[in-house]
Ligand binder design. Structure first.
Ligand SMILES: [Zn+2]
Length: 240
C-alpha cells in the first residue's frame, strides 16, 4: 500500500515536472509575436538619399536593409513608402533664401525643419535601396508630393489633416496592427507610428530595423512621444 502510494506520488511529481517544462517552452514561444492576416509591416523610406553617401544620409542607414529583408519574411502584408518631393519643395532649405539645412522656419501649418534637397521625384536618390528585397510587398505609398506641405508620416501630411489614403487602404483590407521600420526613427518612422495610433491602429516600432537622425534631441523625444500613446518598442528578434 505504501509502495503504491509512493509510486503514484512519484508519477504525479514526474507529470508535474513535465507539465512545468512544457509550460516554460510554451511561454517562450508565446513571447514572440507571429504576424497574421490583420498585421502589416510598413517599411518607411529605405531610399538612396537616406543612405550613407546620400544627400540626407542617416548614420548606418544601410545596416537595416538585411534586417528588414529578413523581418519582412514574417509578414503576409507589407507596405513600402517613398518620400517623393517636387523639385524646390518647401521642406528644402534651398527653397528658403538665407536658410541652411537643419534650421527651422514657420510655415502656415507650423514649424518645419529644413533639410538638404532629397528624394526628388523620379531621381536616383528617390529610388529604394537596390538590396531591399521584399517581393511580396503589396503597396508603395508615396508622400511629400504636395509642393507646400511636408509629410513625415505615411498616414497624414504635416498640415495634420491631409491624408495619404494609407489608413483607408489598411482598414479596407481588415488590417488593424502595424509594425513600422525604416528611416528615420525620429521623423518618418516615428510620425507614422504616432499617426497609426491616432487612427486607431495598434502600432509597434521595430527598433533595430530603424536608424535615427537625432538632431536637437529628436530621437529621445520621438521614443517618449511614442511611449506616451502606446506604441510598442520591439526588436526584430521579437517577431516569429
Ligand atoms: Zn522629405
Amino acid at each position: 500500500m505504501v509502495d503504491v502510494t509512493r509510486k503514484y506520488a512519484l508519477k504525479w511529481m514526474g507529470g508535474m515536472a513535465l507539465a512545468m517544462g512544457m509550460g516554460a517552452a510554451t511561454a517562450l514561444a508565446q513571447s514572440k509575436t507571429k504576424p497574421g492576416a490583420s498585421d502589416a509591416l510598413i517599411v518607411v523610406d529605405v531610399q538612396n538619399c537616406f543612405m550613407p553617401g546620400g544627400s540626407l544620409a542617416v548614420n548606418e542607414g544601410d545596416a537595416i536593409v538585411p534586417i528588414i529583408n529578413q523581418l519582412a519574411k514574417s509578414f503576409q502584408n507589407v507596405v513600402l513608402t517613398q518620400d517623393w518631393h517636387t523639385p524646390g519643395h518647401t521642406s528644402f532649405a534651398s527653397a528658403h533664401p538665407g536658410k541652411k539645412p537643419f534650421e527651422s522656419v514657420k510655415l502656415p501649418y507650423g514649424d518645419q525643419i529644413l533639410w538638404p534637397d532629397h528624394c526628388v521625384q523620379g531621381t536616383e536618390g528617390a529610388q529604394l535601396h537596390k538590396d531591399l528585397s521584399i517581393p511580396q510587398a503589396q503597396l508603395v505609398i508615396r508622400k511629400g508630393y504636395h509642393q507646400d506641405v511636408d509629410s513625415y508620416s505615411a498616414f497624414i501630411e504635416a498640415d495634420g489633416k491631409t491624408k495619404t489614403g494609407l489608413d483607408g487602404y489598411l482598414k479596407g483590407r481588415g488590417i488593424d496592427s502595424v509594425y513600422v521600420c525604416g528611416l528615420a526613427t525620429d521623423f518618418c518612422v516615428g510620425w507614422t507610428a504616432l499617426d497609426a495610433r491616432k487612427l486607431g491602429f495598434r502600432a509597434a516600432v521595430i527598433e533595430d530595423a530603424c536608424r535615427g537622425i537625432d538632431t536637437q534631441g529628436s530621437l529621445a523625444a520621438a521614443w517618449e512621444n511614442m511611449k506616451r500613446v502606446g506604441v510598442r518598442r520591439m526588436q526584430s528578434g521579437d517577431i516569429a
